[in-house]
Design a protein around this ligand. Structure first.
Ligand SMILES: [Zn+2]
Length: 62
């Protein structure tokens, strides 16, 4: 079998890694899974990440 099945379209991130930015304010690196709206809040540092329509995930500044 050479056909690979993919659950997610290429380029569409479903998770984001967060380490709190490192340094004194950082925390152990964790992978956060985006919700159905493409957003996730880090439980360690409360940073909000959101995926845009291209699937690129970036931190949302308050
Ligand atoms: Zn974090």
């Amino acid at each position: 079998m050479t056909v690979a099945s993919t659950d997610h379209a290429p380029g569409h991130a479903v998770s984001v890694a967060c380490d709190g930015g490192g340094g004194a304010l950082g925390h152990p690196r964790v992978f956060l899974e985006l919700d159905a709206e493409g957003k996730v809040v880090c439980p360690y540092c409360s940073r909000l990440y959101r995926a845009d329509e291209t699937g690129h995930v970036s931190e949302v500044k308050a």
